[in-house]
Ligand binder design. Structure first.
Ligand SMILES: *Cc1c(COP(=O)(O)O)cnc(C)c1O
Length: 381
């Protein structure tokens, strides 16, 4: 798969006052949606836009996903749902994963949000709200098939099966669960959760079923059921660390070179002087640091920036507002012509940055800060 191009502004681009610039490709996000939708076959492909669309800006991302064909959205919290409502069409369905906290039920109906009911308490609250308003109210029911995080237990489901009145007034639009190990296809927990979803759903009102997020889609049709809920893959993260990533990268992060200097052998760099030059080095200080969500641990395990085909290792510790890199391999004449280097770009994916920081791409993306300049690349026709 060819990557959608990120045009490279050569010098003096639009953000001279910012230390770094994040470009977000809306075209790449739309292309990822279409790819996932195709992989999901007959299943409806929803879009997960919680955490401000994984840090990329739900107000920009959700309308593009809707244009690409998404009709169902998921967020985590009620307040996220209320904010999202203004950015998608009135017919778009918005599910709120954490469901209604006691007393918030009428907020769901007011903003046309669909709760995911995770517990007997939430079911009782939604049932009471339906009784009070004398109408059937739509909702999803989540069952815990093995992750022990959200959803009804097998005992809860047995109670509901024996006492259908508890679900009166609840219009069950979806029965869902979530996979714990979908990024490891050989893990036997996957098939166990799949089979448990079928068994638990058989005891509940008939409704479409949903199990898979991004990685689950790539486990194959057996895991698609009626609806899939990708998040990370929409934003270009690899669904499976051991297989080539079929998705388009969606972000490019470029940091400004604020200052360059030459240091001699034995000189240390940064807090704690944890890195020392073995010989003369040309180094550059960048206007990006951990306060920008460029994780401090990202200096480890091959942490680097890139300039075209030059790999520029991070030296010493990442500071709050700055990061120092080794530019000794780059001719001065080249450095004189440029203002920025890539922290995330053609040679370094979000997943690579995560690897250096000892974490996952999800955390790198959702940590990306608001201090640097953001630019949205429009969809290409
Ligand atoms: C976050 C989340 C998703 C999306 O997961 P990705 O791995 O980002 O695709 C789907 N379903 C539930 C219940 C979630 O919490």
């Amino acid at each position: 798969m060819t990557n959608l191009p990120f045009p490279t502004p050569a010098t003096g681009w639009a953000a001279p006052g910012a230390g770094a610039m994040l470009e977000i490709s809306l075209g790449a996000i739309a292309a990822n949606y279409r790819l996932l939708n195709a992989r999901a076959g007959q299943a409806t492909c929803a879009a997960v836009v919680k955490a401000d669309a994984y840090g990329l800006g739900a107000h920009k991302v959700a309308p593009v996903l809707e244009q690409a064909g998404a009709k169902v959205f998921f967020v985590a919290h009620l307040e996220e749902g209320i904010r999202l409502r203004a950015h998608v069409s009135p017919t778009a369905k918005i599910f709120v994963l954490h469901g209604p906290m006691p007393g918030t039920e009428q907020e769901f109906t007011r903003h046309a949000l669909l709760p995911v009911l995770n517990s007997m308490e939430q079911i009782a609250g939604w049932h009471a709200h339906a009784t009070q308003t004398q109408q059937a109210l739509p909702a999803a029911i989540q069952v815990d098939t093995g992750m022990s995080r959200f959803g009804l237990s097998e005992a809860d489901v047995a109670i509901l099966a024996a006492t259908p009145a508890l679900l009166e007034g609840i219009d069950t639009r979806l029965v869902m669960s979530h996979l714990a190990c979908a990024d490891t296809p050989d893990n036997p927990a996957n098939a166990m959760q799949r089979d448990r979803l079928r068994a638990m759903a058989a005891l509940l009102p008939a409704a479409p079923l949903a199990l898979s997020a991004s990685s689950g889609i790539f486990l194959g049709p057996d895991y698609h059921f009626d609806l899939v809920r990708p998040g990370a893959a929409l934003y270009g993260l690899a669904p499976n660390a051991d297989a080539p990533n079929p998705l388009h990268p969606t972000v490019r992060l470029q940091a400004r070179i604020v200052q360059r200097r030459t240091i001699g052998a034995g000189n240390g760099v940064g807090y704690g002087l944890t890195w020392r030059a073995s010989g003369p080095k040309r180094i550059a200080t960048l206007g990006i640091g951990y306060a920008d969500g460029f994780l401090r641990q990202g200096a480890n395990n091959g942490g680097c920036a890139w300039l075209d085909s030059y790999r520029l290792p991070i030296l010493g510790r990442i500071s709050m507002d700055s990061t120092t890199i080794d530019v000794s391999d780059v001719p001065e004449s080249v450095l004189d012509q440029i203002t920025h280097v890539d922290m995330i770009g053609p040679h370094r994916s979000v997943d690579d940055v995560a690897h250096s920081a000892g974490t996952i791409g999800y955390e790198v993306l959702t940590a990306l800060g608001s201090r640097f300049h953001r630019a949205y690349l429009p969809q290409v026709a």
